[in-house]
Ligand binder design. Structure first.
Ligand SMILES: [Zn+2]
Length: 366
């Protein structure tokens, strides 16, 4: 469905059919309800490689294939380059990830329309590895945002048009540890490749440029600490993105789900947690209520984010073996209460989902 939807979107952009169309047609398009599905960290490779080789590259997506297939847009964070380069940027780096070119086609086949590349692994195989990633994704028809061959490209984001509704995606990586220091060129500069930095100046520029072009603006942030609670940096930048004009902020990187804050009427999903991730993970030490990830099913209605449904996902690879599945036996009320004890965000539980109704922006974007 996504291929058809995106093909239609591209056709719509190319032909600009809305130009001069009667107002009632525009109104009808705005009436259509869209479902955008967001997942967290994706790594097709590393410890999961033997499963991919044995079972095929559709293996990681099989248990949630139907959910992905029936949504209008699927997107997530692609952690690790898609490249055949053999020389890592730094062989001594804590974790060095890489996926084979088959990963790009697998994402497309699993209905992924876009992926975020602003993360702490996109340059594990240097600038060439990033360029290969972009080339393989382009060839497979999977769009991407948050990185590029120069800064302007990295912060430009992507716009998807569906049923006349324009949805913009921007991605940013928090500057921490060796990123931007030991790995000095991790972040894109005027004339050098890299990822977009989670920084006030960059966000102001990127959000300011995209906001007037789109109906819905989604800001994707790779931030926080692994297996930890929401940090002050996450809160600060999540709120800033909301204040600058984002309609929805979606975080990833900590490998676990985190709480949901609503700031100025804008939902900030601090972390979705892992999706299919090619390392075992360290879930044993966690409170059982914190071992599941979220899939976010975002309803866009009348051209705005109307609600966010959070679906719990089993991702502990000791249990699911790199094939995440919807968590059936989780106490969803207890899980969402635990995650949200800090923010007190009210979620209504029904049909295996925790729903956040979005009333909309309460303060004009700055
Ligand atoms: Zn990460």
């Amino acid at each position: 469905m996504i291929r058809t939807a995106l093909a239609l979107a591209l056709f719509a952009v190319a032909c600009s059919p809305e130009r001069g169309a009667p107002a009632r047609d525009a109104h009808a398009r705005q009436q259509r309800t869209l479902h955008l599905v967001a997942v967290g960290d994706i790594l097709l490779g590393d410890a999961s490689q033997s499963h991919l080789d044995r079972e095929g590259y559709d293996y990681p997506f099989r248990a949630v294939a139907e959910l992905l297939a029936r949504s209008d847009v699927v997107f997530g964070n692609l952690e690790g380059p898609i490249t055949e380069q053999t020389k890592p940027l730094d062989a001594g780096k804590d974790y060095v990830y890489r996926s084979r070119p088959a990963a790009a086609a697998a994402l497309h086949a699993a209905h992924f329309g876009l992926v975020n590349l602003a993360n702490n692994h996109s340059l594990d195989y240097g600038d060439d590895g990033l360029a290969d990633t972009i080339r393989h994704l382009d060839a497979a028809g999977v769009r991407h945002f948050g990185a590029g061959s120069r800064r302007a490209e990295a912060i430009a984001g992507e716009v998807v048009e569906l049923a006349g509704i324009k949805i913009g995606f921007l991605g940013f990586l928090e500057k921490y540890g060796p990123y931007g220091t030991t790995y000095a060129n991790w972040f894109a500069h005027v004339d050098s490749p890299g990822v977009a930095e989670l920084h006030e100046k960059t966000m102001r520029e990127a959000i300011g440029a995209m906001r007037p072009q789109v109906d819905v603006l989604i800001v994707s942030c790779h931030w926080g600490k692994n297996y930890a609670e929401v940090t002050k940096t996450q809160q600060r930048y999540g709120r800033l993105a909301a204040e600058l004009g984002a309609d929805l902020v979606i975080g990833h990187h900590p490998h676990v789900a985190q709480g949901i804050e609503v700031h100025d009427g804008v939902p900030i999903l601090s972390s979705l947690g892992n999706f299919t991730f090619g390392s075992k993970g360290r879930f044993d030490a966690l409170d059982p209520l914190l071992r599941r990830s979220w899939i976010a099913d975002v309803t866009v209605s009348e051209g705005r984010v109307a609600s966010v449904d959070l679906i719990p996902l089993e991702v502990d690879n000791h249990v699911v073996h790199y094939q995440p599945r919807i968590a059936e036996d989780v106490d969803l009320a207890a899980m969402s209460a635990k995650l949200d004890e800090r923010f007190g965000t009210p979620l209504s539980i029904s049909g295996g989902r925790a729903r956040l109704e979005v009333r909309g922006r309460t303060v004009a974007a700055r």
